[in-house]
Design a protein around this ligand. Structure first.
Ligand SMILES: Nc1ncnc2c1ncn2[C@@H]1O[C@H](COP(=O)(O)OP(=O)(O)O)[C@@H](O)[C@H]1O
Ligand SMILES: CC(=O)OP(=O)(O)O
Ligand SMILES: [Mg+2]
Length: 415
């Protein structure tokens, strides 16, 4: 029987792929990632038991599907990894699909579910289109392997009605599915389990504010192990600014920005329709719009190269702090920990310092030395709190690929 699970995570700026031996918990065999898809050069990170490798790529892998094909070929042709020499070794492929519409649980892809996903594709134009293209490739080129879609939105199925409802005509809202869905849920699910374990508490009694800050950034308030609010909305555009996303703005702004807001953007294809407004707010805004770079490592520095780099940093800190205050109130101050995660949350000590200093009145107290050191060894959770009082301040190395493999084995029992 085939015993290998492949997890694929197409993010907005990266494609990450990990092969697992299907044991409990899943054991990684090889992890391969292409990052910098939105800002050349693309880099490859490749990790297996014999060591890690990082290299700049000569190939242009400027879309997630191209990066996926490259990574798959590279892993399958690696003579050192005999376990995955043959595609018949694959039991299933788990795909991170950001927008799952009304799906509240992972699903096996067949013609009918694939068609349903095509219908909601336009709601998350930066993500679902790429994920679906990757799924299409897998169904065509690996027809004997089962594909499972895991949804970012599913974790937020617990959002209360008054949180997920927008104050608009409810007939239109109902008909068109216009409500808050929320995203990064696969990551939040991993973080919740890891942090609860770290704190020695059952998940069902754990209260957290979790920040997933990467090219796409969001925050989630978790009460008794359930999402009670999150900053992204109908689409991943709402809430915090991202690398190329504006985050929250006055919705009227876009009509003052351009008189073509509703016309199709030239970036549209036959399969994917994206309006000029969506193109501007999803792809030409965020810290790229302010500074020209999507790389937050060039922005989160002690001496920013331009005023706009400093401004971008200050905006991000301000917006995150606003949500921390908001969610602190929603949790009535009853929280076990605030958690930093995502590419930026995990790597930028400066961002963690600035945010916790801004929110110091909420009792978030960071040990500057521990914060500077960041993630300690291979642990998924690192405590950087200064005192014994107040909520813990934690860094969690989130792992969406692991979460999908774990969920497939543990909850769905599909392998
Ligand atoms: N040392 C660092 N300091 C600040 N930001 C960093 C650092 N290293 C990487 N990043 C940023 O992390 C982001 C990528 O995060 P990630 O969560 O992997 O993104 P995504 O999943 O959306 O592709 C990029 O914006 C990158 O610039
Ligand atoms: C939902 C989302 O924005 O995902 P990512 O951060 O991976 O781009
Ligand atoms: Mg991501």
């Amino acid at each position: 029987m085939a015993k290998i699970i492949l997890s694929v995570n197409a993010g907005s700026s990266s494609v990450k792929m990990t092969f697992y031996r299907s044991q409990n918990p899943p054991v990684p065999i090889v992890d391969a990632q292409v990052s910098g898809i939105t800002s050349p050069p693309q880099t490859l990170k490749y990790s297996k038991s014999s060591g890690d490798k990082k290299e700049k790529l000569d190939e242009t892998l400027d879309t997630p599907p191209k990066a996926f094909k490259y990574l798959l070929e590279r892993c399958l042709s690696d003579a050192e990894i005999s376990e995955i020499a043959n595609v018949d070794d694959l039991a299933c492929i788990c795909h991170r699909v950001v927008h799952g519409g009304d799906y509240t649980e992972a699903i096996v892809i067949d013609d009918s579910t694939y068609h349903r996903l095509e219908e909601i594709e336009d709601l998350a134009p930066l993500h679902n289109f790429s994920a679906l293209e990757i799924i299409r490739t897998c169904r065509k080129e690996l027809p004997n392997v089962k594909n499972i879609a895991h949804f970012d939105s599913a974790f937020h199925r617990s959002l209360p009605l008054h949180v997920r409802t927008y104050p608009i005509d409810q007939e239109v809202a109902e008909k068109r599915g216009l409500r808050k869905y929320g995203f990064h849920g696969i990551s939040y699910s991993f973080i919740l389990r890891s942090v609860a374990q770290f704190l020695g508490k059952p998940k069902e009694q754990t209260n957290l504010i979790v920040m997933h800050i990467g090219s796409g950034a969001s925050i989630c308030a978790i009460k008794d192990g359930k999402s009670i609010d999150t900053s992204m909305g109908l689409t991943p555009l709402a809430g915090l600014p991202g690398a190329t996303r504006s985050g929250d703005i006055d919705p009227s702004l876009v009509f003052h920005y351009t008189s073509n807001a509703s016309s199709l953007s030239p970036a549209s294809t036959k399969e994917m329709h994206i309006s000029t407004a969506e193109e501007i707010l999803n792809k030409k805004s965020g810290w790229k719009g302010l500074t020209g770079t999507t790389d937050f490592a060039q922005i989160a520095v002690e001496n920013p190269p331009t005023e706009n780099h400093k401004l971008a940093f200050d905006i991000v800190v301000d917006r995150i702090s606003g949500y921390l205050g908001n969610y602190y109130v929603k949790l009535q101050g009853q929280l076990d920990a605030v958690v930093f995660a995502g590419g930026i949350g995990e790597k930028s000590a400066l961002l963690r310092r600035a945010v916790t200093q801004q929110c110091n009145c909420l009792g978030f107290d960071v040990d500057l030395e521990k914060n500077e050191k960041g993630i300690a060894n291979d642990n998924s959770v690192t405590d950087v709190t200064k005192s014994d009082k107040g909520p813990r301040v934690l860094i969690c190395q989130t792992d969406e690929q692991f979460e999908m493999a774990y969920h497939t084995l543990e909850e769905l029992k599909m392998v």
